[in-house]
Design a protein around this ligand. Structure first.
Ligand SMILES: N[C@@H](CCC[C@H](N)C(=O)O)C(=O)O
Length: 287
C-alpha cells in the first residue's frame, strides 16, 4: 500500500523543490533521502532539484530541511528559505511578516514583502559568510582564507575563491559567462574531489557592472540548476573579497532563472538576500 503525501511544488528563480509541510500534518515517511530521489525524478516522480521539508522547531518559528536530487542532505538553501517563508506566511504557520527559520546551519531572519495582500518578494538575513578554509571545509593550502587560489584540472589552472554560506561554495571568475567550463569543473569538484570532503557547489561569475554580476552554478547533489540562493550570496562575497563589487551596495545577481538582490553589510558582516518565490502546483505524491 502506498503512502499518500500532500505536497506543494515551488521555485525560486527556477530552482524548484517539492515542499512537504510537516508542521500542519503528521506523515510517517520511512526515508527522506529516498523520497527526495523519487520525487525529483521527472519521469516517474514530480520532477525537481530536490525535496524540502517544513518541520517544527524548538529554536525558531519553523525549520527547513533540504535534500538534494541525489538524496544527500544539505545544510542550507537560499531559494528554499524564500519559498518556505512564503509558504509559512500564506498557510498561517506564522502570523507575522518577520519571523525566524531554523536550518541545519543555524537560525535566519525572514521577512515577507506584500503586494496587493500577496507575498511578492522575500528578504532573508543569510548571516555571515564563513571564509576559514577548515570550516568550508577545504583541505590543503596554507592560507587561512581561500582567495584566488590555483587549482588544477586537466593540465589547466583555475583560481578558486571559497565561501561557506552554511554550505560550501567554490567560485571562479570568468571573462564570458557563456564560456564558463561548468560541465567540466562542476562534476569534477562537486561530489568526489578529495580537497572537498563534504563536496562543493561550483559557481562561475562574470562581472558586468560595478553593482552586478552574472552567476551560474553546478550544485553538489543536484547538478546544474537555474539558480542557487546561497551561491548568489557566496558569489557577491567572493566578488567583494576580490575587489569586483562593494560592501553595503545592493548588488544584482543575474542567474539563469532570474535576478537576486544581495547586500553584504559592513557593520554586522551579514549578507541580505532579496528575491521572489513562486508556487507552481499542489498535489498528492504516492510513495
Ligand atoms: N539551491 C540551493 C542550495 C541547495 C543545497 C546545495 N546543493 C548543497 O548541497 O549545499 C540554494 O538556493 O541555496
Amino acid at each position: 500500500m502506498s503512502i499518500e503525501i500532500p505536497f506543494t511544488k515551488m521555485h525560486g528563480l527556477g530552482n524548484c523543490y517539492v515542499y512537504i509541510d510537516l508542521v500542519s500534518q503528521l506523515i510517517d515517511i520511512p526515508s527522506y533521502s529516498d523520497l527526495a530521489v523519487k520525487a525529483a525524478d521527472a519521469h516517474t516522480g514530480i520532477g525537481s532539484d530536490g525535496l524540502i521539508l517544513i518541520v517544527p522547531s524548538n529554536r525558531a518559528d519553523i525549520m527547513m530541511r533540504i535534500f538534494n536530487k541525489d538524496g544527500s542532505e544539505g545544510k542550507n538553501c537560499g531559494n528554499g528559505l524564500r519559498c518556505v517563508a512564503k509558504y509559512a506566511y500564506e498557510h498561517g504557520l506564522v502570523n507575522r511578516k518577520s519571523f525566524k527559520i531554523e536550518t541545519l546551519s543555524g537560525v535566519v531572519d525572514a521577512e515577507v514583502h506584500l503586494k496587493d495582500g500577496q507575498v511578492d518578494l522575500v528578504t532573508i538575513d543569510m548571516g555571515k559568510p564563513v571564509l576559514d578554509r577548515k570550516r568550508i571545509p577545504m583541505k590543503g593550502g596554507d592560507q587561512e582564507k581561500v582567495i584566488d587560489e590555483p587549482i588544477s584540472f586537466n593540465d589547466q589552472t583555475f583560481n578558486i575563491t571559497a565561501v561557506s554560506m552554511g554550505n560550501p561554495h567554490g567560485l571562479f571568475f570568468v571573462e564570458k559567462i557563456d564560456e564558463a567550463p561548468i560541465h567540466e569543473l562542476g562534476p569534477f569538484l562537486a561530489d568526489h574531489h578529495p580537497a572537498f570532503p563534504e563536496g562543493l557547489n561550483v559557481g562561475f561569475i562574470e562581472k558586468i557592472a560595478n553593482d552586478a554580476i552574472e552567476y551560474r552554478v553546478w550544485e553538489r547533489g543536484s547538478g546544474m540548476t537555474q539558480a542557487c540562493g546561497t551561491g548568489a550570496c557566496a558569489a557577491v562575497a567572493a566578488s567583494v573579497l576580490t575587489g569586483r563589487l562593494s560592501m553595503d551596495e545592493t548588488n544584482t545577481v543575474h542567474l539563469a532563472g532570474g535576478d537576486l538582490y544581495i547586500k553584504w553589510l559592513s557593520d554586522s558582516q551579514h549578507v541580505l538576500m532579496t528575491g521572489g518565490a513562486t508556487t507552481i502546483c499542489k498535489g498528492i505524491f504516492y510513495l
